[in-house]
Design a protein around this ligand. Structure first.
Ligand code: NIG
Ligand code: FE
Length: 422
């Protein structure tokens, strides 16, 4: 059935997405329309324009269209959260308190907590438990206007449990309204049982896990935590290059806690994105700009770990296409509120109100290879659309810490109405 969204104060189209991820000034081009409508044909956008324009070519759809009145509100593409650790067991509020009492994130991890603690809870959780927990989190994402989520494995750290996490993500993709895009991250930590035998674990990832991920089509991307005390740049390079042989696109957790040439490595291996980048070097930023590597910035992690924020302003000025994301995970960023993360990017990374919208829609879509399908309101794209309770886009971050969602359409279906899940 067709739907027609009318009367919106502003339609933030972000059109022009065939040009690839946006850089520099193009990150501020929101292509806003007033006095216009969005026409939806089943699961995709048929047209965006004035009613007069639509009447010329789409009178057959307009006749039967359900009308959605967006008077006083704004309309924009569904948010894309391109970096999460969605599927996991347990919680880590005790570690949060340890950090508030002075312990560092890496100290806790090296003592067997951190990622190891979540790995234990994830291994111990059944498929159903992991599925139910992640399903509830996806409901929350949706209420905040997020219609696509990337989900990394990396809390199994052996094939049995990595596979379980990836299969949970697959079932969520089949059953939940939110699209779930899968990334294999077997190289998230060296499991405790491999302490001192790190290279053996790297070999297992390369020779045992990656072939199975590819064979069973369980992921599109291959990510590595390249960090001092976790995986070295050399080990990371091997894992990412091996993934490429199996058709998995490289991503990398780079320069998060200490500078480790992760951004340089991302550019070198042709990664689609380098993520975190809190302490990325000038040279790394330059190389990313040159290679067109998308910088996925995760200000929630800097906020929650009380670490320095990535130099987003500088990266944009240097020509790196920037996306932002929650990094939702139980240790360093336990929030699903992408709008709050957008605010942090404005306040602490120097992004403007226009740039954060680009970073959380079209550029985030490109960071998961979906720039042709989502992230803007253009004919042919998925009808993933938000109607928000603000009168212009600048109010989205001005009224911060609030959920402005009025309605969410996913694949043309109303999935949130009057801010309530349907
Ligand atoms: O993106 N940096 C590594 N991985 C996650 C944290 C995972 C955890 O603490 O459980 C991150 O910050
Ligand atoms: Fe992460």
């Amino acid at each position: 059935m067709a739907k027609l969204i009318i009367n919106a104060n502003e339609i933030i189209t972000l059109r022009g997405s065939d040009k690839g991820p946006r850089t520099k000034e193009a990150m501020s081009e929101l292509a806003i329309l007033e006095n216009s409508c969005v026409l939806i044909d089943q699961d995709h956008i048929a047209a965006v324009g004035t009613l007069e324009e639509l009447q010329q070519d789409y009178s057959h759809l307009l006749e039967q269209a359900e009308v959605i009145d967006a008077a006083g509100k704004i309309v924009m593409p569904g948010l894309v959260d391109c970096h999460t650790h969605l599927v996991h067991g347990g919680t880590r509020e005790n570690e949060f308190n340890m950090r508030l009492n002075g312990a560092s994130y890496m100290e806790i991890m090296n003592a067997g907590g951190g990622i190891h603690s979540t790995a234990k809870s994830t291994r111990n959780a059944s498929f159903e438990e992991l599925y139910d927990k992640a399903y509830r989190h996806l409901n929350e994402f949706l209420k905040y206007g997020v219609t696509t989520v990337e989900a990394k494995s990396g809390y199994g750290l052996d094939w049995e449990h990595e596979k379980k996490q990836l299969e949970v993500a697959k079932k969520l993709q089949d059953t939940h309204a939110v699209d779930v895009i899968s990334t294999f991250m077997g190289a998230h930590a060296v499991p405790r049982e491999f302490k001192g035998r790190e290279d053996e674990f790297v070999d297992i990832i390369i020779h045992e896990m990656l072939p199975k991920v590819a064979e069973e089509k369980l992921a599109e991307f291959n990510d590595v935590f390249c960090e001092k005390g976790v995986f070295t740049p050399e080990q990371s390079r091997k894992i990412l290059e091996a993934g490429k042989q199996y058709g998995l696109t490289p991503k990398i957790h780079a320069d998060e806690i200490e500078p480790y040439e992760g951004s340089e490595l991302a550019a070198e291996v042709g990664a689609i994105s380098a993520e975190h980048l809190l302490v990325a070097s000038d040279e790394g930023i330059r190389r990313m700009a040159e290679a067109g590597t998308i910088g996925v910035l995760l200000p929630g992690t800097a906020f929650f770990l009380r670490a320095p924020f990535a130099r987003g302003r500088l990266m944009i000025d240097c020509g790196v296409p920037i996306a932002i994301s929650t990094d939702f995970n139980p240790g360093s960023s336990p929030t699903i509120s992408l709008p709050f993360i957008m605010n942090l990017a404005c306040m602490n990374m120097g992004l403007t109100l226009e740039e954060v919208l680009t970073a959380s829609t079209i550029n985030a879509a490109y960071a998961i290879n979906r720039g042709h399908l989502i992230g803007s309101l253009e004919p042919g794209k998925k009808a993933d659309i938000l109607i928000l309770n603000v009168s212009n886009y600048k109010q989205l971050q001005y009224y911060y810490g609030m959920n402005h969602t009025h309605m969410v359409l996913k694949n043309g279906e109303i999935v949130v109405k009057d801010a309530v899940l349907q």
